[in-house]
Design a protein around this ligand. Structure first.
Ligand SMILES: [Zn+2]
Length: 179
C-alpha cells in the first residue's frame, strides 16, 4: 500500500476528526434527523459530537485598573486558561493563576460567561470570575504569559480575544454606575 492511498488521518481544517479515534475507519457524514449532520463511524457507530470546551479567566481589578497578561504569541488578554478534565471550574482558575501570576488567588463570584467563536477549530465557553489577590504580593508571569500589567479601564490596549472586550465594556459600564 502506498502511503498516498489513505488521506491524512489528522483533523481537517476546521478541527474535526476525519477518522474514528476508536477503530480508525474513515468517518461518514450523515444527517442526524434533527437538522445537523454529524460524522459517524460506519464500523463501530461512534458519533463525532463536537462540543465547545470550557475556559476560565480571572478579573483582577485594582485601584489602578484591570490586570492583563501579554501572551508569548503576542497580544494582551485577561489571564485565562482551559479547564482540565479532572478539575472543577474553581480549581481551574486557582491553578491557572498559580501558573500565570505566581500566586494563590481567592475565587470570587462569576462575573459573566460568553461563547468564544474566534478559533473556528476550537469553540469554547469562557467563564470570567472576579478574583482577589493576597495583600502586597509580587506577581510573576508564567505559563502562556510573559508580562503582567495593570491598565486603567479607559486605556485598555487591543485585546486578542474578542469576548475579553465585552468584559471590559461591562466593567467600564459598572464603574460608571458606581461613580
Ligand atoms: Zn469506529
Amino acid at each position: 500500500m502506498s502511503p498516498k492511498s489513505r488521506p491524512d488521518p489528522g483533523p481537517n481544517a476546521s478541527g474535526e476528526f476525519t477518522f474514528c479515534p476508536y477503530c480508525a475507519a474513515e468517518l461518514e457524514i450523515r444527517p442526524d434527523g434533527e437538522g445537523q449532520s454529524r460524522r459517524v463511524c460506519p464500523q463501530c457507530q461512534w458519533i463525532h459530537y463536537r462540543n465547545p470546551t470550557v475556559g476560565v479567566a480571572a478579573i483582577v481589578l485594582t485601584a489602578d485598573g484591570l490586570l492583563l497578561g501579554r501572551r508569548q504569541s503576542g497580544g494582551w488578554c485577561i489571564p485565562c486558561g482551559h479547564v482540565e478534565w479532572h478539575e472543577s471550574i474553581h480549581q481551574a482558575v486557582v491553578r491557572e493563576m498559580r501558573e500565570e501570576l505566581g500566586v494563590e488567588i481567592q475565587v470570587g463570584p462569576l462575573y459573566n460567561a460568553h461563547s468564544n467563536f474566534h478559533n473556528p477549530a476550537q469553540h469554547t465557553v469562557g467563564l470570567w470570575f472576579e478574583v482577589a489577590l493576597p495583600q502586597s504580593v509580587e506577581l510573576i508571569p508564567g505559563g502562556d504569559l510573559v508580562e503582567l500589567r495593570v491598565f486603567p479601564l479607559d486605556q485598555i490596549p487591543d485585546l486578542i480575544f474578542p469576548t475579553d472586550g465585552l468584559i471590559v465594556e461591562q466593567l467600564c459600564s459598572d464603574s460608571r454606575q458606581r461613580t
